[in-house]
Design a protein around this ligand. Structure first.
Ligand SMILES: [Zn+2]
Length: 472
């Protein structure tokens, strides 16, 4: 019932079909990738970033269509879907508008660029082969062009794309040579929800730096709020907002590691702040700001090199929970005691290997609440009792399969707010009441370029949602 209502609300926000405009092409230098060789499936691992990004590129260009990405090991024969390197994107040959969009996209992939590079965008994206409408194009036989395809599935209701490993891992020039410009970056805006439940009509620009790549926020019992932003190549910068509502004029750099890719933060009852930074290849680093404002040095709290996303929540008893996403594995949790001792090992709390984003919030009763985004699967929710027992199963609280990321916070009245980013639509907020029921999602921001959020609850009952707006 709840989900049906949400679906109905979201349906009206989807872009119209038959948009018929190819993706915009970045201004590349002449150097280009070799054609992909044939690299058949060898693993059963998580959907890769480049595969998700190819789907998102199609969604941004043509409006959202159903898409299939991963596949379980025991289903059918050899398939790059199992490696997380294949995308089934649904266009229907028998719908004139959809067929036009599909043909246009494939033409854009395969046309010669201004330097004379043949099949330029297919090479830059690392396309290995394409199957569409009873024909197949192979990067490893480029001079053959489109050839007849007579497999059992004629591919008249979807295009199949297989990517090279380099393309799936975003190591091809579409991702590296147009530079970072292809990855979302942009300034931070903050929006207030008053204690009475009404949202401010407008958002406030908190940080105009157009290079921000990730954001997090934490609040303290005194009503101060702090936002933390990742600037690739520079590190982590933070900025405070007083309980009276005044934002600091400038940001202060608290970490100079330019490799940091993601950040999480939480405020503890003793007035300390805890900030977690992800360094790809290294793991998670923790830094604490004491109530008197002094920062500790950075310590290494998790050495899993594959972590891509983090969340953190302090509990009323002073313990801090750290959650991290490991693609191909799931979500892991590690606790820090109020006295400052970290658990020796992390505990896996979710084995869904496709999870891409995680958020966490605690309530005054000592419970912990975790939210995870599954591409093509929506938002899943799991809680932990004050005594430390995790729910055996996760509950799906949002079915929208295009959600990109999630953030969450609690308020003193015992409600939880979960904020989801829907590319091409904006930001949606959903509330869990103090008695445990979920409300429908409400759109709180219609900016289609938002790619990341924070959600923060203040002691006075106001809620703040920060959003990074992509300028690339
Ligand atoms: Zn397929």
């Amino acid at each position: 019932m709840l989900m049906a209502l949400l679906a109905a609300v979201l349906a009206v926000t989807i872009a119209p079909q038959g948009a018929t405009a190819a993706p915009s092409t970045p201004n590349f230098p002449a150097a280009i990738d070799d054609y992909s060789t044939y690299q058949p499936q060898t693993q059963c691992t998580a959907v890769k970033k480049g595969t998700v990004a190819l789907r998102d590129l199609l969604n941004r260009t043509y409006g959202k269509h159903p898409a299939g990405l991963g596949r379980d090991c025991d289903q059918g024969g050899t398939s790059e879907h199992k490696d997380g390197r294949a995308l089934d994107y649904h266009f229907n040959v028998y719908d004139a508008g959809e067929k036009a969009d599909a043909d246009e996209f494939l033409q854009w992939l395969l046309e010669t660029d201004k330097y004379g590079n043949k099949h330029a965008m297919a090479r830059r994206l690392g396309i290995m082969y394409i199957i569409w409408n009873r024909r197949m194009w192979r990067a490893y036989e480029p001079s053959a062009g489109w050839q007849p395809y007579s497999g059992p599935n004629p591919h008249t209701d979807h295009i199949h794309f297989s990517l090279s490993w380099a393309g799936a891992q975003q190591q091809t020039t579409w991702w590296t040579s147009a530079g970072v410009s292809q990855l979302p970056r942009g300034p931070l805006w903050d929006r207030t929800r008053w204690a009475g439940g009404s949202w401010d009509a407008s958002a406030t620009e908190v940080d105009g730096n157009t290079a921000l790549a990730d954001t997090a926020a934490a609040t303290l019992p005194n009503g101060n709020m702090y936002v933390f932003n990742v600037v690739p190549g520079s590190g982590v910068w933070y900025r405070g907002r007083t309980a009276a509502g005044d934002w600091a004029n400038g940001a202060t750099q608290i970490d100079t590691n330019g490799s940091i890719s993601a950040v999480a933060a939480t405020g503890a009852p003793d007035g300390s702040l805890h900030v977690f930074s992800v360094v790809p290849g290294s793991g998670i680093w923790h830094r604490r700001r004491a109530a008197d404002g002094t920062w500790s040095t950075s310590t290494h709290v998790d050495s899993n090199p594959y972590t891509t996303a983090v969340a953190a929540a302090a509990l009323p008893n002073g313990t801090v929970s750290l959650l991290n996403v490991v693609p191909g594995s799931g979500v892991w949790h590690r606790g820090r005691t109020a006295a400052g001792a970290w658990a020796a090992s992390a505990q896996q709390i979710d084995t869904n290997k496709y999870i891409t984003s995680v958020a966490a919030a605690s309530l005054g009763n000592g419970t912990l609440h975790v939210f995870a985004v599954v591409p093509d699967g929506g938002i899943w929710y799991r809680n932990r009792t004050a005594a430390g027992a995790w729910a055996a199963t996760a509950t799906q609280i949002d079915q929208n399969d295009s959600l990109l990321s999630v953030s969450a916070a609690s308020l003193p009245d015992g409600t939880l707010h979960v904020t989801g980013v829907l590319p091409g639509s904006g930001v949606w907020d959903r509330t869990r009441t103090a008695s445990g029921g979920w409300t429908n999602a409400t759109q709180i921001d219609t900016n289609k370029n938002i790619f990341a959020t924070y959600t923060a609850g203040l002691p006075n009952g106001t809620l703040h949602v920060g959003a990074l707006v992509n300028v690339n």
